[in-house]
Design a protein around this ligand. Structure first.
Ligand code: ZN
Length: 278
């Protein structure tokens, strides 16, 4: 059996502030960010995991993008709260859960999609891993907020049975899944992932294979945004100069705003035309 445990209150608080999230959005995105970090923890260096969740009621979509090195970025789009919420289901209600794995040396990503069954991300991800990827697993996710909406604790774990595990090991994990799910909330309050693992493995001895820091980190940069603006073409940039006398470009993933003055846009325009001339 292998397990990954993470605590990430500062990372989720960072995401909340960047995207100016409501309490429900913080929990939704926080769970998605931690879930993608858990999935990425089982990947090789250089690979990426993208988790996409599409809901049909309160949450419209969340995308979380993580690397095995512990870097993650993501966003959530919420709708206005609708009245016909199914209270027997979790916040995602109905929809689709997709896991996209970008493997090294493979052009096509591996995409697995399952319908959302319970509306709770931890349960639906457990279902996805066990059914779709055929690895008996248990996932726990918990984000707790304080009175001022700030994140006070956030913790998550992924327990998986290794390939070639005995029937007995798989059965013991399956028997413990319900107990483990309840653990997440309690575990989140503990700031030390090693102690979380000790609780997951209860009395059994375990070895720490690896430890790494986690951070919200985006791959956007001013250079990339400038490149994207140039791709819009001359007419579009001229329009921005004439109408808006500048441009503010927001990155969906991290909320960073890149501001361009009239002069900076003119310089981009110059670069566009000189490229076109070549
Ligand atoms: Zn960004």
């Amino acid at each position: 059996m292998v397990a990954t445990a993470i605590t990430a209150p500062d990372l989720i608080e960072d995401a909340r502030k960047r995207h100016k999230l409501s309490s429900a959005e913080t929990k939704g995105l926080g769970e998605a960010l931690m879930a993608s970090l858990l999935l990425a923890s089982t990947c090789k260096a250089g690979e990426r995991v993208s988790l996409s969740i599409k809901g049909d009621k309160f949450f419209r979509q969340a995308i979380a993008d993580a690397t095995p090195e512990g870097k993650v970025r993501g966003f959530v789009i919420a709708k206005e709260l609708e009245s016909d919420i199914d209270t027997s289901m979790g916040p995602w209600q109905n929809g689709l859960l997709s896991v996209v794995r970008l493997k090294l040396n493979e052009k096509e990503p591996y995409v697995g999609t399952v319908p959302i069954v319970t509306g709770y991300l931890a349960k639906d991800l457990t279902f996805y891993l066990t059914q779709s990827e055929q690895i008996p697993s248990a996932v726990g996710l918990a984000v707790n907020l304080g009175k001022n909406r700030s994140v006070v604790s956030a913790g998550a774990f992924l327990v998986q049975v290794l390939p070639g595990a005995s029937k007995k090991e798989i059965e013991s994990l399956e028997n413990n899944i319900n107990q483990l799910e309840g653990l997440a909330a309690r575990l989140a309050k503990d700031s030390d992932p090693t102690r979380l693992l000790a609780q997951i493995f209860s009395d059994a001895a375990f070895t720490i294979l690896d430890e790494r820091p986690l951070a919200f980190e985006c791959t956007c940069s001013r250079d990339r945004v400038s490149g994207a603006l140039k791709l819009l073409g001359k007419a579009e940039i001229e329009d921005m100069i004439a109408k808006d006398h500048g441009a503010d470009v927001n990155c969906d993933f991290c909320g960073t705003c890149y501001s361009y003055s009239e002069g900076e846009l003119a310089a981009l325009l110059q670069a566009t035309s000189s490229t076109a001339k070549r």
